[in-house]
Design a protein around this ligand. Structure first.
Ligand SMILES: [Zn+2]
Length: 320
């Protein structure tokens, strides 16, 4: 039963993609292959073995945040080593044309970067847990769509997704790629000039300075104001989406949080909800989180490493 007894598992004992042939992991995981994950300290393995013990036989709801995508090259602006950053609020976006122009210019550059990102071993591990029938579902705060790229199926994109654009006037929704073509036509050569952009934030906000002459795209249907279809600071998650996420937690026996500092209430409320219902809550995150006081177990281990470890060791559900 103990995953530890057989002579001190080193990092090399972690399951490689061969344990998950149906997902074809070797074909598309270019972030961090499971075989290249960092070796774990004994103390880290002990914590994860405690997590296995706590969660064994339980159906899980999983909540993920930016810390899961750092191994895919997408920086986490709330992680322990992060540079503080103030994302634009909804009110700024709709109320200030210059800020909006700057936002779209930076998003135009950052979008291409996010589109090229690949899921990593952590995303693959979550997909494997679902495939084995261990999950009631997955709630992610990330807009990068990497869970879906890793073939997770029952995913709630709590904060929306970077690859859709919505019109604030007529509510039409467009693929981001279509808007990109329009922006290309309106701003010939812009991407080439901005190609040496620095960091790109998890919301596709690239570090570009020269944005003053950028031409924004109007809604192709009504000419109204377009907005990337994700939830801004100062904006609420749609009620039906919140209800779906609560239902996912209610359908689970335990909640597993991975790679989120739970800074914003939109994620923290599910931790509170699960704890209040007496369900075990396991949090995997380096650094403190706002949910620590509700956690049955806090595991400060790299997210990809931890999820890979759990996916390999959690047993099948009794009738599942
Ligand atoms: Zn419109």
């Amino acid at each position: 039963m103990s995953a530890q007894g057989d002579g001190g598992a080193s990092g090399n004992d972690l399951p490689g993609p061969e344990l998950n042939p149906q997902l074809g992991l070797t074909g598309f995981v270019s972030g961090t292959p499971a075989s290249d994950l960092a070796p774990m300290a004994v103390r880290e393995q002990e914590l994860l073995d405690q997590a296995v013990e706590l969660l064994a036989g339980l159906r899980l709801a999983v909540l993920t945040g930016a810390g899961l995508s750092t191994d895919s090259g997408i920086p986490d602006y709330r992680g322990p080593q992060s540079v503080p950053r103030n994302p634009m609020t909804y009110q700024q976006f709709v109320g200030d044309e210059n800020l909006r122009r700057r936002y779209w210019a930076r998003n135009h550059v950052g979008w291409g970067h996010l589109r090229r990102a690949d899921p990593n071993a952590g995303h693959a591990a979550v997909a494997l847990l679902e495939q084995r029938g261990l999950l009631s579902g997955l709630i992610t705060q990330n807009v990068d769509r990497l869970h879906s790229s890793a073939w997770s199926v029952n995913v709630i994109d709590l904060h929306g997704t970077f690859d859709r654009v919505v019109c604030l006037q007529c509510a039409s929704v467009f693929p981001r790629s279509r808007i990109a073509e329009i922006l290309e036509d309106l701003n010939p050569g812009y991407l080439e000039r901005a190609s040496d952009a620095g960091d790109v934030a998890p919301d596709a906000d690239a570090d570009v300075d020269d944005t003053g002459d950028f031409v924004m795209a109007p809604c192709p249907v009504c000419g109204g104001m377009l907005k990337p279809d994700f939830v801004y600071f100062g904006e609420n998650v749609p009620k039906s989406r919140v209800a779906d996420a609560y239902a996912m937690v209610d359908a689970a026996d335990a909640l597993l949080v991975a790679g989120s500092s739970l800074t914003v209430m939109s994620g923290l409320r599910f931790v509170r909800h699960a704890a209040k219902a007496g369900k075990p809550v396991v949090i995997i995150n380096r650094g403190p989180t706002r949910g620590d006081e509700f956690a049955s177990l806090k595991v400060e281990v790299g997210v990809s490493e931890a999820l890979t470890y759990l996916a390999a060791r959690l047993p099948d559900l009794p009738h599942g």
